[in-house]
Structure formats: structure tokens, C-alpha cells
Design a protein around this ligand. Structure first.
Ligand code: NAD
Length: 496
């Protein structure tokens, strides 16, 4: 479908239907009956309401997930799970235009972006479908006297608690749903209160695809209530968390009572290093979209752009032109490349950082303002470039989670590497150069879970990524991720 005008878009009937929590395969109202408004960040309008689940609702969902884990699902074979994932794949693919539209309305990313997620979702589900024979059984030599056979294998860990962020729910949920279905675990998912709609619709479609009741449950609600209850629940075996460092610390504290396993995907302040020999026709748009994509609300965003001093002014001039040429607007409109920020709170936060940047002496080279006129009821901010930034300024140290680029000069490779690594985060990094040796040394030297060379941002679900330092731990995607939904056991069998 080619998008021509906003009027041609039919609003999904899902938004008009009464929704609740999805527990044990059924829509269930929150026990408190409280609701949260789902706001379209492009217009500030309430598009529907979601249930405000709390601790008692989380408890019901965890019980349902535990029953499902102990029931017939626990006897499912790799073939059963693979077939199920293939059905899920087909159902999701055939509904993807609707899902993309829901995502655009709920969190603002342009349709051109949310529709592209179809291929990602397809690749993710297919990858997990390929991972269902995952028990990894092995026999081992041993030096035990007598006739003792030793073997090891892996078993599903149990009930997974998933707590996710708002910046890409339609992408992020597959890490959880895919690995849960591949391994035979069960899941209680608490999406972000600011963007839960696509997750709810996917959960409904999963039931249609034949996922057994109780295997995938969704409890919407606030972090301090529903999220905290899930993180602290004693019958949850593993938490997969995506969000801020601050909340990540709370998740770790909440895990201590039953020592649940944790995977943390947290924030970043990633370096993107542009050497003087880089092809600027590639590097400028690449580095710029590494910051401005998804309105800067990407954990791996390369927001500290280190540019070799000999090309700094040319780079900034070109980055300004690029930023000013981007079409910012309602993601339903054709040609829009950058949508709004998720909320008024996030808009205030981003504009606050712009003010701090100028106050601390960085040069505002372009952007920096809220967009008004026809966009004034939404949460739009201009793509922003700061030049003459020092690595110790607030805008270069703290994660802004908005479309704000900080350009920092450097003279040589050693300085670039030292500055790139002078951060408590370690999520991603980028290098732009025509010199393969420079690229390789930088890829080895940047202390982060991912490094991009002459590109910024591509990811493959069968490879995955992970954090380092304050960006968290636990690999997401690829076989290692599947493995982390399993636990290993050894068997000593006396066959005398
Ligand atoms: P956040 O930490 O405020 O919220 C994330 C989730 O945690 C939400 O579902 C929220 O309801 C829940 N939550 C909040 N308080 C909680 C508590 N006390 N106990 C349990 N759950 C709680 O993060 P955010 O502002 O929604 O998202 C932005 C952050 O997420 C950024 O830092 C970004 O870098 C990070 N992020 C990281 C990745 C990654 O893969 N590394 C991906 C996307 C976003």
C-alpha cells in the first residue's frame, strides 16, 4: 500500500474495542478497573484506553503462566513449537499493516518506519522457529570409578517476566515472545504504559495463531505498580528488562528474594567516530540518522559524534543541511521521516537538555526548538546539532533520548578512542573511515556491545546485541539469547 493521504487510512477497529489485560488467553479487566489514556503523540489526542494493571493482576498472570508452564505445554516437542512459530509468523505477517498503523498512532514513529519492521518481525520469528531443538543434550567422558554415564541437557527456565520500553514495542517484543515459544517457557509481559497497543494486538493475534492459553500473558500498567510487582514476584524465574539504568537498578534489587535471573538492556551514550578520510556522502547521513532516527529514541543512538578536526566545520555544515532537510511531522503523512517524541514529559526533557547544552557553552548549530504551527498539539522537536561540544558537558554525558547530536572534535585515533570510551555506558559505537586498519583497531578498541563500521544501526535478530558497563548485561538475539531461557543440568546414571 502506498501512502498518499491521511484521510485514506482506516483506523483499526482494535482501537475501538474494549481491551483489558490478556491473561490465560482471555481479555480481563484490571481488578481495580483503573485505566490509562493511550495518547497519540503526534496530536496529543487520546486514541483509546488501556487497563492499569497492579500487583494483584500481575499475580493472576504469573499464576496463569505457571499453570501453562506445568501443563501440556511442558510436553510440547521441538516440532510442535516450530509449527506454532510458523503459524505465528503467518498470522503476524498478514496483519502487519494494521500493526504498523497501531504502532504509529501509539508511539509516533512514521508509517514508513513502522512498516519496515515487517521484515524484522518476520526474520525474528523465523529465527526463533529455527531454534526449537534447543535442549543441547551431550554425553561426557568422565573419570568416575564404576560404570557411571554422564550427560547434560538444558530445560526451559520457567516463567519469564518481560518489562519493556516505549521506543519500539513492535520490534522489542519478539526477543521475548520468540525465545519463550522456542524454548517452552511462558511469559508475563508488561509493556511500557506510554505504548502498549501494538503489544496487546500482537497478544490477541498470538491466541488466534494457536498459542496455548497462559503461555503469553500481557499486563499493562505503570512501572511503579505492575512493573515493580512483576520484577519482585517470587514465582517469576527470569526477568528480561529493557529501559533506563535507574529502573534497571530497581529490577536488580527486586530480584534478590528468589534470586531470579536477569537480563538488562539499558541506555547508552554511544560514540560515532568520523575520520577525515571517511566518505562524507555516506558518513553525514549515516551518522545523522544514527542520532535522529526514531526521533532520537533509540538506545544505540550514536549521539556523541567525534569528528576529526580537519573536517569538523565541513561535517557540521553538511549535518546542519541534512537535519534541516528532514521532514518532521505526523507519521501518517507521506514523506515524513521523523515523528514526535513519545510524550510531553519527554519533550520537556529534551528541550531541557538543549537549554543546558547552550548554557554550558556548546554551539547550537541547528534546530533546538519545539515545532509549532500545525504540529503544536504534538510533541515535536527539530533535529538538533550542537557543535564545539566537550566530552564532559552534560549533553555529552547523559542519555537525552531525543534527536540531539553532539559534535566533538579530535586530532588523532588515540584521542578519539580515549574520548569514545570516557563514558559509563557501553551499548554501541560507530566508525567512518576508508582505512580498514583504522576501522579494525577502532572496532577492537571501542568498549561496547556493538560496533558499526561505515554504517550505523543495522541489526540482525539471528546475531543480536548486548550491553557493556552501565548499558546492561545479557545478550539479546542469536543462539545465546535462546540459551538464556534455559538452565543446564547434569545427569549421572549408574548403568552397572
Ligand atoms: P523506563 O526505565 O522508565 O521504563 C521501562 C519499563 O520499565 C517500562 O515498562 C516501565 O513501566 C517499567 N518500570 C518503570 N519503573 C519500574 C519499576 N520500579 N519496576 C519495574 N518496572 C518499572 O525507561 P523508558 O524511559 O520507558 O525507556 C527509555 C530507556 O530505555 C532509555 O534509557 C533507553 O536507552 C532504554 N532502552 C534500551 C534498549 C536496549 O536494548 N538497550 C532498548 C530500548 C530502550
Amino acid at each position: 500500500m502506498t501512502l498518499t493521504s491521511r484521510q485514506e487510512i482506516a483506523i483499526p477497529s482494535f482501537l475501538g474495542r474494549s481491551k483489558g489485560l490478556l491473561i490465560d488467553g482471555r481479555w480481563t479487566p484490571a481488578l481495580s478497573r483503573q485505566k490509562i489514556a493511550a495518547i497519540n503523540p503526534a496530536t496529543g489526542e487520546t486514541i483509546t484506553h488501556i487497563a492499569a494493571g497492579e500487583a494483584a493482576d500481575v499475580d493472576l498472570a504469573v499464576r496463569a503462566a505457571r499453570r501453562a508452564f506445568e501443563g501440556p505445554w511442558s510436553r510440547s516437542t521441538p516440532y510442535d513449537r516450530q509449527r506454532l512459530l510458523m503459524r505465528v509468523h503467518d498470522v503476524i505477517e498478514s496483519h502487519f499493516d494494521e500493526l504498523a498503523l497501531i504502532e504509529t498512532l501509539d508511539m509516533g514513529a512514521p508509517l514508513s518506519r513502522t512498516r519496515q519492521m515487517k521484515i524484522w518481525a518476520s526474520q525474528s520469528i523465523m529465527f526463533y522457529a529455527s531454534q526449537t531443538a534447543c535442549n543441547g543434550a551431550e554425553t561426557h567422558d568422565n573419570s568416575i570409578p564404576g560404570r557411571i554415564l554422564t550427560m547434560s541437557f538444558k530445560a526451559p527456565i520457567g516463567v519469564i517476566g518481560g518489562i519493556t520500553a516505549w521506543n519500539g514495542p513492535l520490534v522489542g517484543l519478539w526477543w521475548l515472545v520468540g525465545a519463550t515459544l522456542a524454548t517452552g517457557c511462558t511469559l508475563v509481559l508488561k509493556p511500557a504504559e506510554d505504548a502498549s497497543l501494538s503489544v496487546l494486538r500482537v497478544a490477541e493475534l498470538l491466541c488466534e495463531a494457536g498459542v496455548p492459553d497462559g503461555v503469553i500473558n500481557v499486563v499493562t500498567g505503570f512501572g511503579s505498580t505492575a512493573g515493580a510487582a512483576l520484577a519482585g514476584h517470587d514465582d517469576v524465574d527470569r526477568i528480561a528488562f529493557t529501559g533506563s539504568v535507574e529502573t534497571g537498578r530497581r529490577i536488580v534489587s527486586a530480584s534478590v528474594s528468589n534470586l531470579k535471573r536477569i537480563q538488562l538492556e539499558l541506555g547508552g551514550k554511544s560514540p560515532d567516530v568520523v575520520f577525515a578520510d571517511a566518505d562524507l556522502d555516506q558518513a553525514v547521513p549515516g551518522a545523522a540518522m544514527g542520532v535522529f532516527g526514531n526521533a532520537g529514541q533509540i538506545c544505540t543512538a550514536g549521539t556523541r559524534v567525534f569528528v576529526q578536526r580537519s573536517i569538523q566545520s565541513e561535517f557540521v555544515e553538511r549535518a546542519n543541511a541534512f537535519a534541516q532537510g528532514l521532514k518532521v511531522g505526523n507519521g501518517l503523512d507521506s514523506g515524513v521521516q521523523i515523528g514526535p517524541l513519545i510524550s510531553q514529559k519527554q519533550l520537556d526533557r529534551v528541550l531541557g537538555y538543549v537549554k543546558i547544552g547552550s548554557e554550558e557553552g556548546a554551539r547550537l548549530a541547528s534546530g533546538g526548538r519545539r515545532l509549532l504551527g500545525p504540529l503544536q498539539s504534538g510533541y515535536f522537536v527539530e533535529p538538533t546539532v550542537f557543535d564545539q561540544v566537550q566530552n564532559d558537558m552534560t549533553i555529552a554525558r547523559e542519555e537525552i533520548f531525543g534527536p540531539v547530536m553532539s559534535v566533538i572534535g579530535f586530532d588523532d585515533e588515540d584521542e578519539a578512542l580515549r574520548l569514545a570510551n570516557a563514558t559509563p555506558f557501553g551499548l554501541a559505537g560507530g566508525v567512518w573511515t576508508r582505512n580498514a586498519s583504522t576501522a579494525m583497531r577502532m572496532a577492537q578498541g571501542i568498549k561496547s556491545g556493538t560496533v558499526f563500521v561505515n554504517c550505523y544501526g543495522p541489526r540482525d535478530p539471528s546475531v543480536g546485541y548486548g550491553g557493556y558497563k552501565l548499558s546492561g548485561y545479557g545478550w539479546k538475539g542469536g543462539p545465546d539469547h535462546v540459551d538464556s531461557f534455559l538452565y543446564k543440568k547434569a545427569v549421572y546414571m549408574n548403568i552397572a
